[in-house]
Design a binder for this molecule. Sequence first.
Ligand SMILES: Nc1ncnc2c1ncn2[C@@H]1O[C@H](COP(=O)(O)O)[C@@H](O)[C@H]1O
Ligand SMILES: O=P(O)(O)OC[C@H]1O[C@H](OP(=O)(O)OP(=O)(O)O)[C@H](O)[C@@H]1O
Length: 330
Amino acid sequence: MTQSMRLGDEKQLMLFSGRANPALTQAIAADIGVDVGPVTLKTFSNGEVYCRFDESVRGADVFIVQPMCGNAESGVNANDALMELLVMVDAAVGASAHRVVAVTPWYGYSRQDKKSAAREPISARVVARTLEAVGVDRVLTMDLHAGQLQGFFGKPVDHMTALMMLADHFSGLDDDLVVVAPDAGRVKLNKQFATRLGAGLAILDKERPVQQVAEITHVIGDVSGKTAIIVDDMIDTAGTLRAAGEAVVNAGARRVFAAATHPVFSGRAFENLAAAPFEKIVVTDTIPLSAGAPTNVEVVSCAPLLADSIRRIFTNDSVSAVFGGQNHIF
Ligand SMILES: Nc1ncnc2c1ncn2[C@@H]1O[C@H](COP(=O)(O)O)[C@@H](O)[C@H]1O
Ligand SMILES: O=P(O)(O)OC[C@H]1O[C@H](OP(=O)(O)OP(=O)(O)O)[C@H](O)[C@@H]1O
């Protein structure tokens, strides 16, 4: 019989935070029942980021929580966050961690997942290749703009969704609910959201005459007299959501709500949300809420979902079982 040898203590789970979303890391740590590990992170005067783990990570499963977004409080932008994640992974690999997992619930550059025009890069693939180049063992992420982004990785990707959590937030809201997909690409996912709530489904025909401008040309389905919930993966400038909200109201919806996993909130987002007809806009904390968000924006935490996933990755248990053993939503 083959003998195995164990040196020292049991394998350790170590959780670290980049500067993009320390509040989310703290919430995950509290749920798992570990401390956030000590790490020095700073930006030099020329803008380069620096990282050093302040205790040994040798032999540990190292989970680095870092959505690829900016954080005004920490003074990092989205590109800093990406670079910081890369150097943190590199440092953990170089310090002999057993496994290094990038917990990046918001995957940056996810809308650049194909060439939409000649001579464009496929930047989402650049991000994946770079993470793999520095030695990441697996990636834990959430509600990718397109699930196919997983295919840019050769390493395992655990793709979680906040959709069910968001849907449950609206349970008991109204008997006459309709879930609205803001564009054709969202139909499949929004159908699942609607099924969970026992709601109908409507689809908007969205066009982007130029980048970052959204126009709704048709409402497909019946929203008249109903309570509509527009569900999307992200709210960036909120141009899509504002146009969608107005289109649904013009088509006769009685009340309008919105839900999205990622509150990117850039550019004119707050002006657009303030002018839009939503009673409530429900988002998660994959990205920290920037100051000045309208008061009808409500945040539900995805920390319990990520904590559960991290525990399962650490113990080599099924991660899809987080969703009750059912097939993954994607
Ligand atoms: N970061 C970005 N912000 C706004 N728009 C972006 C960003 N990255 C790429 N884009 C453009 O968005 C669309 C994506 O359309 P899909 O239908 O999801 O492919 C495309 O025009 C990108 O250039
Ligand atoms: O808040 P906004 O600035 O309007 O951006 C958010 C919207 O942009 C994305 O879709 P996009 O139109 O890029 O691609 P899609 O056709 O795949 O939905 C995203 O899925 C949202 O619908």
